[in-house]
Design a binder for this molecule. Structure first.
Ligand code: PA5
Length: 444
């Protein structure tokens, strides 16, 4: 069953979508004809047709080798070089995938922060078990993954020697240039490519995401099949029957109505990291030139007990996009309890999934009544195929919506600001002039 978009609770009148239609169709045309801003970064648009089959086979072979030699894979990367793989693994294997050992190796992600405790904890979790590393960085000089790579590489070299470590390190980086490319060639690591025409947040179905996903036990053939299906389905130029264009248009209308925040709400903890991936995609693509919706994500019903009050009753700044999953992996039923101290016997015999559905429907109506319009994106189930489909749905819709608001959805000039300050404060060569001024400001 393909992904379904439902806008019945968006609070829109029929003519509103009709009036916005030419803008959406124009953005869709610009994207399809490769004529918009940033069109040189559209490698993802036809990816399921154009991806490198030879590299894909090597990815599967490397994943098999990792599974054979190691119990743990440490994936080192940040932002676009991190979020998609983790989102995919949790989407399919659930939040406890590492503990369940149903398929693939345990996968831990490092290099996405500068926390010593976090890295030490991963080393402790590995203990004396065998591990491999997949370091992912287009540039090879991003501070967080560079620091983590030094630490995990040193541990590999300590345990297995330089030659043994070489056979356990897989580098995903630029095809020809950059610090990691140079180091990989010098040390003899097996390498995979971050394509030149695909930005970080669009890279999770390239080697960037595919190797960790395959090593962790995902079926990457099915991922690419789902992506292919979406790629073909959303080529449809008919506005009203193309959910990619409709979702972009709906988001645009929300922005026009004064909404500033899009809350991606899911009811499965397995989608928590998907929410993180979605936030980067939306924020880095649209949040520029003083424009864009601020993306946030929440996991219900958990977060209804924390930020639920604000959503229902606080500043009316948001609309919600609900990610709803029709079929769960397991079925559980609420048992009867003769004592009924918690008063829950009214639900005895009811499945947990049905309770979740009633919670979703009740929440939707309450939030709509509270002035929070709701869009619903329904998925059949959380499997490899649907992950590929959903990723493509959001990529393409976001690209259309970026063009609708008049930004280049494929650059991220704002990400550099904090990096420059951090380099200056750390004394990186080339940033000396900034350091004094920053330190003076910090002393004030
Ligand atoms: O989307 C982006 O471009 C960023 O999130 C990058 O992926 C992130 O900063 C990591 O960069 P690199 O792969 O060069 O280490």
């Amino acid at each position: 069953m393909p992904i379904k978009l439902n806008d019945q609770n968006a609070g829109l009148r029929d003519h509103e979508l009709e009036y916005i239609r030419p803008l959406a169709e124009n953005a869709f045309r610009i994207l399809s004809e490769n004529t918009g801003q940033g069109h040189e970064m559209l490698g993802w648009l036809d990816l399921p047709h154009t991806y490198d089959r030879e590299e894909f086979a090597r990815i599967k072979e490397a994943a098999r080798r990792i599974q054979e030699r190691s119990q743990v894979l440490v994936v080192i990367g940040i932002g676009g070089s991190y979020l998609g793989a983790r989102a995919g693994l949790e989407f399919v294997k659930g939040p406890f995938g590492n503990q369940l050992h149903e398929k693939g190796v345990e996968v831990y992600f490092a290099g996405s922060n500068l926390s010593a405790d976090y890295m030490r904890d991963i080393l402790n979790i590995i203990g004396d078990r065998d591990f491999s590393v997949n370091v992912i960085s287009k540039s090879g000089t991003t501070t967080e993954p560079a620091a983590a790579f030094r630490i995990f590489r040193a541990e590999l070299e300590r345990r297995y020697g330089a030659d043994g470590a070489r056979d356990r390190i897989y580098a995903t980086t630029d095809r020809a240039k950059g610090a990691l490319r140079g180091m990989a060639e010098q040390k003899g690591y097996e390498t995979f490519v971050v394509p030149d025409d695909i930005g970080g947040r669009f890279s999770c179905l390239s080697a960037v995401g595919l190797l960790p996903m395959a090593a962790g036990g995902m079926d990457i053939d099915r991922v690419m099949e789902g992506c292919l299906h979406a790629c073909e389905l959303y080529k449809n130029p008919d506005f009203l029957s193309n959910d990619v264009m409709l979702y972009a248009a709906l988001r645009f209308l929300m922005l026009m109505k004064g909404k500033q925040v899009e809350l991606l709400a899911s009811y499965e903890p397995a989608l928590t990291m998907f929410g993180e991936w979605y936030k980067q995609l939306m924020a880095e693509s649209e949040g520029k030139d003083g424009k864009g919706l601020f993306p946030v994500s929440a996991n219900f019903t958990t977060d209804l007990h924390s930020i639920g009050q604000f959503i229902q009753d606080g500043s009316r700044i948001m609309f919600e996009t609900v990610l709803w999953v029709e079929h769960t992996r397991h079925t559980l039923t609420v048992p009867n309890d003769p004592v009924n101290a918690d008063g829950l016997n009214f639900a005895a015999g009811v499945s947990i999934s049905e309770m979740n559905e009633k919670a979703m429907k009740g929440t939707l109506l309450a939030h709509v009544d509270g002035g929070v319009p709701n869009l619903v994106v329904t998925l059949d189930r959380l499997d490899d195929y649907t992950f590929g489909e959903l990723v493509y749905f959001f990529w393409k819709s976001l690209a259309v919506s970026g063009y609708m608001i008049g930004v280049n959805p494929f650059d991220q000039p704002g990400v550099e600001a904090y990096k420059k300050n951090m380099f200056a404060l750390l004394g990186k060569p080339g940033y000396e002039n900034m350091r004094e001024a920053l330190e003076a400001r910090l002393k004030q």
